[in-house]
Design a protein around this ligand. Structure first.
Ligand SMILES: Nc1nc2c(ncn2[C@@H]2O[C@H](COP(=O)(O)OP(=O)(O)O)[C@@H](O)[C@H]2O)c(=O)[nH]1
Ligand SMILES: [Mg+2]
Length: 362
């Protein structure tokens, strides 16, 4: 029977990294894995990153899974038809109410899909802001979404455990127990694999799936999403010098963008970019206003130079678009000719789920 695993959690919490690691792990056990990404608009860095994994990746774009249940269900069915035995899906990071709108409807309409418990990842740097212990620059309604994600989860995992000291681990685990006494909680590192095997093993047989449906104030939820400007762009690029170094260029680009966001006194949701140049491909991530830009090499079969830029930033979309257009026309232009092919910038619309169950299905 198919096992369908949903990994939720806010922007930048590590969902895509976990999907990739989990898929690779399952592949070593000869399981055939399919992945599903989800976004408000197409042209996703995540989809490209995951494209070489297992049976490949399908993208449900244009709205969250909840508001396009049939799109989600069709993607699952297509992967099953292609032979996937396990499917791991990553909902849009700003999406919540998944137990009521996805898990319980799946239990009713697709009882043969064999759902795993809803796992929600949390970035340790955001955790104490979400539970109200430390002050935050994040909009209170966006924090409300993050808290709802944890409230409705069957499993809460604080990701990026590799970044925590022993004292920090103890402090977070104690707070988790206090704040969510009835839940299964723990630490994981999608990067180093700490806790990955135990989590995968446990959710394969667990039966507590979609066990929590929480009341959701859709006005606050809609506002929490609407404070984020959402931009996806794809550009063709051409090196102006033979000495070009994609890694350094991407790092410089995102660091410069981070400074611009700091100047505008906004907050970062997640900024993610892929650059393919000189036969190499790199991905860069920025998940907080003052955090480090994380850049790494990625495997690629493509030698077509391209830049894909995804930004979710707490600012009006018009301002975000202006910043990104200036960025791409700015200092990197000395080394790289950038021609924007597609650019979509939007404010997420009000969530309007296809189904919303208010009772738990057996
Ligand atoms: N140190 C560390 N970084 C991580 C871990 N998981 C994800 N990241 C980083 O967090 C950033 C966001 O990760 P991503 O998987 O794209 O998050 P998503 O938005 O939830 O899909 C990237 O820079 C990742 O490399 C982890 O376990 N440890
Ligand atoms: Mg992702």
């Amino acid at each position: 029977m198919i096992k369908l695993i949903l990994v939720g959690g806010f922007l930048g919490s590590g969902k895509t990294t976990l999907l990739a690691e989990a898929a690779q792990k399952l592949a070593t056990e000869n399981r055939s894995v399919g992945l599903i990404t989800n976004d408000q608009a197409p042209e996703l860095v995540d989809t490209r990153l995951l494209s070489h994994v297992g049976k490949g990746v399908l993208e449900v774009a244009g709205s969250c899974f909840c508001c396009n249940f049939d799109g989600f269900a069709n993607a699952v069915q297509s992967l099953i038809d292609q032979g996937a035995e396990t499917i791991i899906a990553e909902p849009v990071g700003s999406c919540t109410d998944l137990s009521a709108t996805i898990l319980n409807p799946v239990k009713k309409f697709h009882p043969d899909w064999n759902l795993a418990p809803l796992t929600v990842l949390v970035d340790p740097n955001r955790f104490f802001e979400i539970i109200g212990v430390t002050p935050s620059q994040v909009d209170p309604d966006a924090l409300y979404i993050m808290k709802l994600q944890m409230d409705e989860a069957d499993r809460i995992l604080i990701n990026k455990s590799d970044t925590l000291s022993v004292t920090e681990r103890t402090k977070i685990l104690d707070s988790l127990k206090k704040e969510f006494p009835d839940k299964s909680t723990g630490l994981i590192s999608a990067k180093t694999g700490e806790g990955l095997d135990a989590w995968l093993k446990e959710i394969q047989t667990a039966k507590d799936v979609g066990t929590k449906i929480v009341p959701v104030d859709y006005d606050r939820y809609a506002h929490g999403e609407a404070v984020l400007g959402w931009l996806n762009a794809t550009a063709s690029v051409h090196a102006k010098t033979s000495q070009i170094n994609g890694y350094t260029l991407l790092k410089t680009l995102l660091e410069y963008f981070q400074k611009e966001i700091q100047k505008s006194r906004s907050e970062v949701g997640h900024v993610k970019a892929i650059l393919n140049i000189g036969g190499k491909e790199n991905v860069a991530n920025l998940t907080s206003l003052h955090g480090k830009v994380d850049v790494r090499d990625v495997e690629t079969k493509s030698d077509k130079p391209v830049l894909i830029f995804n930004a979710r930033v707490q600012m009006p979309p018009e301002l975000l678009e202006k910043l990104v257009r200036n960025l791409l026309a700015g200092s990197i232009a000395q080394q790289l000719e950038v021609k924007i092919e597609t650019l979509r910038c939007l404010m997420p619309g009000r969530p309007n789920p296809t189904h919303r169950f208010d009772k738990i299905e057996n």
